[in-house]
Unconditional design. Structure first.
Length: 291
């Protein structure tokens, strides 16, 4: 180090470089992992449609004693293919809202409506009940209630609940700016690297050293919490009753953590390589300077 100023300034720039590197890593990982494709892949990989089907059957069986409607009236008209399509649609609509759009999911199932119609009509005929307006209102309410429950259970990432509580709008403000954050962080990193080079013009290898240290520290900062979360199986402690929602959230968090871990390892490895390069070439630079 030539003087105290360049040393102190290099430390400050290196600290800023650490935080910018972490910001760039986080924004890049969010861009890659938080999107419709990844969420649908998780849904397919972990059979969320089957989990939704099981949870719906459980719900309708528990409700049958109060409603008087057997679970089979609903479940005979519902299959995993139908539920999987709704899951994909809710994911698409959720991300559309995250990007600032407005969307809603209207469910249709002719087989389900026919099954409910048949049950109500058969029951009314068996007891001689007159099919009046009250009957029609009850029939209509049962259908809309069934669609509402199916929609809620298929919303495995709870976009609807997040939207109703105002959380989705706040997340949208960040999500729509991910590209801007990435570009801003990358541009800042470039500026900081140029500053390191200018601060160490007389010994350019020092710029390599500070860059390596910054990358190594940024990588370690990312590695430590990721290793802790994965080693302790932290996400398995989530207390979510519905299996499909539990699986969706825990597996998404594991995906983000693993991706951040691998990225951090790569950044740390790059930093270590730069430091090794500095150690190897520093004596040569000094010899050249003396000559």
């Amino acid at each position: 180090m030539k003087n105290a100023f360049s040393y102190i300034a290099s430390i400050i720039v290196s600290v800023l470089l650490v935080f910018c590197t972490i910001a760039a890593m986080g924004a890049g990982i969010a861009k890659v992992c938080i999107n419709e494709k990844q969420f649908k892949c998780i849904s397919d990989k972990y059979d969320l449609d089957e989990k939704v089907c099981s949870e719906l059957e459980k719900y309708f069986k528990e409700r049958s004693s109060a409603s008087g409607i057997p679970a089979d009236v609903y479940m005979d008209a519902i299959d995993t293919e139908y539920l999987g399509g709704i899951i994909d649609r809710t994911i698409d609509n959720g991300f559309h809202r995250l990007r600032g759009g407005i969307s809603s999911t209207e469910l249709e199932n002719e087989a389900l409506e026919e099954s409910i119609d048949r049950f109500f009509n058969d029951y009314a005929d068996s007891i001689g009940y007159q099919k009046d307006d009250k009957f029609e209102q009850k029939l209509k309410g049962t259908k809309s209630g069934a669609y509402k429950i199916i929609g809620e259970y298929c919303d495995v990432y709870k976009f609807g609940a997040l939207g109703s509580h105002g959380v989705l709008g706040k997340l949208s403000q960040v999500y729509t700016r991910i590209d801007l954050i990435m570009v801003g962080a990358a541009a800042t990193i470039l500026v900081l690297l140029v500053m390191l080079l200018l601060l160490n013009l007389d010994a350019k290898s020092e710029a390599v050293y500070w860059t390596g240290v910054s990358a190594l520290i940024a990588g370690i900062i990312g590695i430590v919490p990721c290793v802790y979360l994965l080693a302790t199986d932290y996400f398995s402690s989530f207390s979510i009753k519905q299996a499909q929602i539990y699986t969706a959230y825990t597996e998404t968090m594991k995906l983000l953590t693993n991706t951040f871990l691998y990225t951090s390892i790569g950044v740390a490895a790059l930093g270590a390589v730069l430091i090794i390069v500095y150690v190897i070439f520093k004596p040569k630079n000094k010899a050249q300077a003396a000559a």
